[in-house]
Design a protein. Structure first.
Length: 450
């Protein structure tokens, strides 16, 4: 029987969703923070439950051949869970994750391609969210420690764009020398909660967003923004976002433009997109192009095809498809995203698109009843996967092909199992958009069974 605060020898045999090593003692699963597959560890048990235990590494008895010394000094930061694993092994583990989900959850006997990784898996993020807190009288600006809201103070992050790192270093100094009240999460007091940055890799234009627990414009933030714009002319937009909620949501729905424009332009391949503070865009522009090109390849669209893009966001995939298709219909929950999608279609001179705002599980069945049909359906749902009504309507509509883009292998496999009633899964291609994390994107091609 395991005891809390005692050490046990454990062989790590797998990796969990949060980057924790997985081992067993007397058939009890133990999640070990800092363990990686192949390690033999002395593990201190810090939490005991009926079904599992949680441990931390006391010492490494025998190191896994996958283990490497992290390049980043901020090992307590929860942003990069797998930086102690060499990059090739990270890709292999992500492939295994997708394979396991296909077999265990989907019940599918399908080949999973090798993960499409990056040549240089650093400095890849175009958006970041930095919580701001006061700790023992000192300003902490960085990222959360894994599974906590404790802010790890960070001066330089290896997955951020170098220009953003420089801006954040200067911003830290300005905040330390200002009288701005920093948000206290426990008491729900103070003003400045988060800093959010967005950058276009092509133009190097930057949007800087101050998230505040206050409905009024904050003059000191405008002053700091002005100093930063003078130091970094690439900052084209300074925004104050209002979030007075007590929950974990980072940004609210109201924005005040303090300086410059209310948007910046970003690009994927030859397409341009207006990016506002709340716009969704994949955070890795290099791999996003890889992902979307693969989706386009699997869709294999011709000039006579009608396409429906479900969960279309600001129209990124829709416009890729519209360059090849007769018509593309996009559906997205968020009104602002649909307005952005319409603008993006106009800006890119694509007049063969139609966009609808609303819940996919309501809009898609309604469009089907109104006679909308598709030769190809593309879905790119959130982590929870597709709603049952969406899957049912897709099966009823029975397009020749479905291209499913997923950010969570388990819900992907669950949905593919349902769709396999009428479809054959012809290709499963993982793409690494998030090096040094356990997250993996996957794009699949489904062909209607004859």
């Amino acid at each position: 029987m395991l005891e809390k605060n005692k050490c046990y020898e454990i062989k790590i045999i797998d990796l969990g969703d949060g980057g924790e090593g997985i081992g067993k003692i007397d058939n009890l699963t133990v999640f070990v923070h800092g363990g990686i597959p192949g390690d033999l560890l002395s593990t201190k048990i810090i939490k005991l439950k009926k079904q599992y235990a949680i441990g931390i590494v006391d010492s490494i008895i025998e190191a896994s051949e996958l283990r490497q010394i992290p390049e980043c000094p901020y090992t307590k930061c929860g942003g990069c869970q797998t930086q102690n694993i060499n990059y090739k092994a990270q890709l292999d583990l992500k492939k295994k994750l997708v394979e396991d989900c296909m077999t265990r959850i989907g019940g599918l006997d399908v080949k999973v391609n090798d993960v499409l990784g990056m040549n240089e898996p650093i400095s890849y993020r175009n958006k970041s969210q930095y919580p701001v807190r006061m700790v023992d009288g000192k300003l902490h600006l960085g990222f959360y420690k894994q599974r906590t809201h404790e802010v790890v103070n960070i001066d330089n992050c290896m997955v951020q764009h170098p220009l953003v790192n420089k801006i954040m270093k200067s911003l830290r100094c300005h905040l330390e020398n200002s009288d701005i009240k920093i948000y206290n999460e426990e008491k729900h007091r103070g003003i400045l909660r988060h800093i959010v940055t967005r950058i276009s890799f092509r133009t190097q234009d930057v949007m800087l967003i101050f998230v505040t627990n206050n409905n009024d414009e904050i003059p000191v933030l405008k002053d700091i923004g002005q100093k930063l714009v003078e130091e970094f002319p690439n900052i084209k937009s300074v925004i104050q976002n209002i979030n007075t909620s007590k929950g974990n949501r980072v940004m609210g729905y109201e924005n005040i433009t303090l300086l410059g424009e209310d948007k910046i332009m970003d690009y994927i391949s030859d397409l341009s997109f207006e990016i506002s503070p709340l716009s969704f865009l994949q955070v890795n522009p290099i791999q996003t192009e890889v992902l979307y090109n693969k989706a386009l390849e699997l869709a294999d669209i011709n000039k006579e095809d009608q396409v429906i893009d479900i969960y279309c966001g600001i129209g990124t995939i829709s416009l890729f498809l519209a360059e090849e298709a007769k018509k593309v219909v996009g559906v997205e929950l968020i009104d602002v995203a649909i307005e952005d999608a319409k603008k993006n279609a106009i800006n890119n001179k694509l007049d063969n698109t139609e966009f609808f705002a609303g819940k996919a599980e309501v809009v898609i069945p309604d469009l089907y009843k109104k006679g909308y049909r598709a030769d190809v359906i593309v879905v790119d749902p959130p982590r929870k996967g597709c709603e049952k009504q969406v899957l049912d309507t897709m099966l009823a509509m029975a397009p020749e092909k479905i291209v499913y883009v997923s950010c969570k292998p388990s819900t992907l496999a669950r949905d593919l199992k349902i769709l396999s009633e009428k479809y054959k899964v012809e290709e499963v291609q993982p793409v690494d958009l998030f090096p040094f994390t356990t997250h993996v994107e996957t794009v699949c091609k489904l062909k209607l069974l004859k």
